[in-house]
Design a protein around this ligand. Structure first.
Ligand SMILES: [Zn+2]
Length: 415
């Protein structure tokens, strides 16, 4: 606001003349021997006249100093860090911090407990922090909300998802959605006496395939997802690696399950997949095999999963318990082991969920009804009879079973 306008506003609200207000402001400037700007002086006058209690002076980030209170800070969000939960004096709390920058610098803002869920913040959004307090931690300035402090989102940046064929090396704040195609075994390592962990995985959305690496706590998160699941990744960064562009998930990355419509695994991979004979199968290579069902293995035809996240659940006295979601409603996920043969040999193939139901030639509702009505033994017998000798085209890859050490074909889709 122009100083003339402020003068008018103060005069109007206080009932004093503009001249009187001007005198008060000049007196302040004089009193502080020129150290106070006109804006600062008018702010003090407004406070003394009881006009200003809730909004502060707007400060640039480069001008912040330890102990400042009741100021407003405007800027753009540069990075957001994941919520951290902690325990202090037997009480649990949480915090979320983010980096705000303007043309004079950047500073870390921390929100505590109830404040954490109040604001829908996204990288690139312009915000104003009202009634902020500045403190110093390890000589680094940081900002929090003061009493009655709040955040005003002045310009919301909608999160922009990129297609994988537009991803190049050296990008920050990369947001993508696609399928987690393949998880490779995770590795633990030591660096500077600190234990680290990484998990590599392959990701695709139908426009391109991407090699990705999740680090430390993000590696643990990736491990929780099943291959084939649709996942939204926010705030990743890319590098040019030996085998092309690599996506990295560092501490500020976010992973969430997505409902977005993404091509099936087999459609994403079809250009890079060949048909192979059973005796040509190589571990980990995505292929299509074309064979006849020789046998259906005995066993239960389903296992209980969480209705919310699809992870395996345990049935306890208290009910159905999911490691991710707590107490949930369970549902039955189909599982089936078959032996497939072609003119070169045979292989054990494992089918899950929709792939299993498709191979049986039933729909989900019918299959669930059968499970409810019949014993496992009876149903296995019936299905064995129904599918033996059937021709199946299976998409998947050969994998060593962790328990038996045998090679098994892990089916990702029935074509
Ligand atoms: Zn769950």
């Amino acid at each position: 606001m122009e100083s003339v306008e402020i003068l008018k506003e103060i005069a109007q609200k206080s009932g004093k003349s503009e001249e009187e207000v001007k005198e008060l402001i000049d007196a302040k400037i004089k009193k502080f021997s020129g150290l106070l700007t006109e804006q600062g002086a008018s702010f003090m006058v407004q406070k003394e006249l009881g006009l200003k209690q809730e909004t502060g002076i707007e400060s640039k980030i480069g001008e912040l100093s330890d102990g400042m209170k009741g100021i407003d800070i405007g800027g753009e969000i540069k990075a957001i860090f994941p919520v951290k939960e902690f325990e202090k004096n037997g009480k649990s709390g949480k915090l979320k911090s983010f980096i705000l920058n303007d043309d004079t610098g950047e500073v870390r803002i921390t929100l505590w407990n109830d404040q954490v869920d109040l604001y829908d913040l996204s990288v690139g959004s312009k915000i104003k922090i009202l009634n902020a307090i500045v403190s110093a931690y390890n000589e680094k300035k940081q900002v929090g909300l003061g009493f009655n402090g709040s955040i005003e989102i002045t310009h919301k940046k909608e999160i922009e998802f990129k297609e994988l064929n537009n991803i190049k090396g050296g990008m920050n704040n990369v947001n993508i959605v696609g399928r987690l195609l393949r998880k490779y075994p995770c590795k633990e390592f030591d660096s500077n006496d600190k234990k680290g962990k990484l998990c590599n995985f392959q990701f695709g959305d139908g426009t391109a395939l991407l090699r990705a690496t999740a680090w430390n706590e993000k590696a643990d998160e990736v491990e929780k997802y099943n291959e084939g699941e649709i996942v939204e990744i926010k705030n990743g960064y890319t590098k040019d690696g030996m085998f092309g562009v690599e996506l990295h998930l560092g501490y500020s990355a976010e992973l969430t399950k997505s409902e977005k419509d993404i091509p099936s695994v087999v459609n994403i991979l079809k250009d890079s997949v060949n048909e192979k004979k059973i005796n040509q199968l190589v571990e980990n290579e995505n292929v299509i095999i074309d064979g006849k069902v020789k046998n259906l293995m005995d066993g239960k035809l389903f296992y209980p999963v969480c209705e919310k996240c699809g992870k395996k659940v345990s049935i306890e006295n208290s009910g159905v318990v999911c490691e991710n979601c707590g107490e949930v409603k369970g549902e039955k996920r189909a599982i089936m082991g078959i032996v497939v043969e072609d003119d070169t040999g045979e292989v054990r193939a494992n089918l899950f969920g929709d792939s299993a139901i498709k191979a049986i030639g039933m729909d989900k509702t019918n299959f669930e009804k059968e499970l409810d009505e019949k014993s496992s033994e009876k149903l296995v017998e019936e299905i064995r009879e129904k599918i033996s000798g059937n021709e199946l085209k299976l998409f998947g890859y050969l994998k060593v079973n962790n328990y038996s050490g045998e090679n098994e074909f892990s089916v990702k889709d029935v074509i």
